[in-house]
Design a protein around this ligand. Structure first.
Ligand code: IDP
Ligand code: MG
Length: 147
């Protein structure tokens, strides 16, 4: 069983797509084990996007990601990390295939709606960065033996 951090970025909130995106994750079979709204700031973004902090477009990422709150989730499932990355589609929505979240709802790399961890190590670090242990729920889903 794997866990991943998911962020529904400010454009998901601004465009009223939070419910639709979460519905897709639920329908894929992923279990929500934590969820909250959060206002991000430059400090957390410099950590979260450390691999992009020296890029010329980093200030744009900060403006985008701080324009309003995000919805942060931890989702769980078998191979959740790969399943999520496939469900998201490519980073650049123009390259994301139809039926993926970015392929269906986004047009620009600057506004691509959703984040998910890109590997197991990143998932552990990102979950710790965004959630306290007591915010993570421990419960069974009635259909969990079918996954
Ligand atoms: P990912 O979100 O698919 O994991 P990353 O390469 O980790 O993609 O980039 C993180 C985020 O930074 C992207 O989702 C996007 O919001 C933003 N980003 C990446 N490259 C660009 C760019 O060239 N211009 C503007 N924003 C970018
Ligand atoms: Mg990434």
């Amino acid at each position: 069983m794997q866990r991943s951090l998911v962020l529904l970025k400010p454009d998901a909130i601004q465009r009223g797509l939070v419910g639709e995106i979460i519905a897709r994750l639920e329908k894929r079979g992923l279990k929500i084990v934590a969820m909250k709204t959060m206002q991000l700031d430059e400090t957390i973004l410099k950590e979260h996007y450390a691999h992009l902090a020296s890029k010329p477009f980093f200030p744009e990422i900060v403006s985008y990601m701080t324009i309003c709150p995000v919805v942060a989730l931890i989702v769980e499932g078998p191979n959740a990390i790969a399943a999520l990355r496939n469900t998201l589609g490519a980073t650049n929505p123009l390259e994301a295939v139809p039926w993926t979240i970015r392929g269906d709802y986004a047009l620009s790399i600057g506004f691509n709606l959703i984040h998910a961890s890109d590997g197991e190590e990143a998932a552990v670090a990102e979950i710790k960065r965004f959630f306290k242990e007591e915010e993570v729920l421990n419960y069974n889903k009635i259909d969990s033996n079918l996954l």
